[in-house]
Design a protein around this ligand. Structure first.
Ligand code: THU
Length: 134
């Protein structure tokens, strides 16, 4: 199994666990850290709708809690015919722990559909470097 296959399988397993009783739209995300570990997350909705969280946020939280802080690649998986690209907020969340060339792979049930660099999805981004120039 290739590294990307493994990351896809981790994202799909997390998607199965998603708690999405309101949107019925289950999302999974899996991060390969630069240190070579995999961290997965799923969306977790809430009866108070805005309090729900995205799959990417869960995966990032798991990574940080385990002591890793750099993303090498991420797979995001969702169902339906449209590409499940990370939402705007999650692009910024990924940005915090990734570089412009970090790969974001967008998957459907059958596998990876398209791959983007972070810079393609969040060009001219604001990040930690902006705050070190003060
Ligand atoms: N969702 C994610 O988990 N990640 C994204 O990048 C896009 C949206 C979730 C949030 C919500 O639970 C459901 O998908 C529908 O928006």
């Amino acid at each position: 199994m290739s590294d990307l296959d493994g990351l896809f399988q981790a994202a799909r397993a997390a998607q199965d666990k998603a708690y999405a009783p309101y949107s019925h739209f289950k999302v999974g995300a899996a991060i390969a850290s630069v240190d070579g570990r995999i961290f997965a997350g799923c969306n977790v909705e809430n009866a108070a709708y805005p309090v729900g969280s995205c799959a990417e946020a869960g995966a990032i939280s798991a990574m940080v809690a385990a002591g890793d802080s750099r993303i090498a690649a991420i797979v995001v998986i969702g169902d339906g015919e449209h590409l499940v690209t990370p939402c705007g907020g999650c692009r910024q969340r990924i940005r915090e722990f990734a570089g412009p060339d970090t790969m974001i792979h967008v998957a459907g049930p059958a596998g990876i559909r398209r791959s983007f660099t972070l810079d393609e999805l969040l060009p001219h981004s604001f990040g930690p470097d902006n705050l070190t120039e003060r």
